[in-house]
Design a protein around this ligand. Sequence first.
Ligand SMILES: [Zn+2]
Length: 455
Amino acid sequence: MKRAPRRSIGLGGLALLIALAGCAPERTPPFLLLLSVDTLRADRVGAYGGPPGLTPHIDALMAESVVFENAFSTCSYTLPSLGALMTGRYPEEVGMHANVSLLGPEFATLASVLELGGWVTGAVVSNYVLRSETGMDRGFGVYDDTFTQREANRDLPERTAAPTTDAALRLADQLLEAGGPGAFLWVHYQDPHGPYLPPSGRRERFLDAARSRPNGALRLESGSPFGAIPAYQYVEGQNEVAFYLAGYDGEISYLDDEVGRLLRGLEERGITDNAVIVFVADHGEALGEADYWFSHGEYLMDALIHLPLSIRAPGLEPGRRDEPVSQLDLFPTLLALFDVPLADAYQGHDLLSGEIPRDREIYLASLRGSSVPRYGLIADGFKYVVTRRESGREEQLFRLGDDGQDVSGDEPETTARMRGRLATLRSRLRVPQERRLQINADERRRLEQLGYLVD
Ligand SMILES: [Zn+2]
């Protein structure tokens, strides 16, 4: 595996954009804000057709951004998804199959490449599975993974949005003070992840609307996420689906306010005009699709892999793109924007210069985040998914954007073509031995309570 060579970073791409915008390119060093949100379905965000008024601050940011309407995660759980984002490679290629995988030291990351170029780098992450032991801290001069809070109804570490914003603004000050040819700040909010326990009053605000949704009045027992309310989400005595739908929206609304506060804070520091701001989720959340409730990881359906993804940059004309893209495209896109030459070991496409091929392939895999392995491919306007059960191999074909109907029977030639393309792609993946975190019984319990399958 090649690594990006050590060199000073030019600012050609961004300088060009700034010059096009009529500003002096050498005015201030660039500031990259990567804003990622856990468990945020694209269709709850206003710019993606979400409910009016639920995400006004994210929508305002997206109105100034290029919004990618057909963005997909390569998998539907946290660590491998964000590992792909940071390396520009499929999770398997960097040995990340599960939430207890370890990112091998040989893989260059967005942060490590920028740091090699002298950038000051920092991260504030608020999901326990991103703690520094996973290797996700690579390249970050400061990696703030402190979880000082405990969830309201159980003994789990967490950090909610307000302290995440506070920590992010403190870190922004630190990075600005340190100086350098550029600054990179990654902020990962955790709030829409279950259990849905938004601040007081937030759930209530969305209850009426939730009750009027198609499955809002349904009542479910507590149990597994298949056909019931998963145990880690269940609040005693609350069996109405609307209670949880409203809780999820309440968390999103709270998160959105904090995104607004973070962006205002950066504006007060005079860096918003010059900042490149990326907004993205790591994966979505099932709200009853396929009778799978308030969870993620299982399946490769759009509810779980369709991402909100936008890029705002000085001089970049806001707009919408509908080509299929993935979170792993951010690695080459951002490095090209900052004029950093790339090693050849990455999979993504640069989203901002030139064409994004419409016939491109996006590989999907949920290998150990689900009860059975699944993998698939997005290509040519279709999504092809293989489920590997003990009883045999199942295959499904969907038209992209319509998960409701398996069309493999109507499209035998397309199905066969996708089967062949997927086999070829998988045969070419260079998959290293997975390295796993050593976790003790207490950590295992915590992860399982968060709803993660550890093995
Ligand atoms: Zn996640």
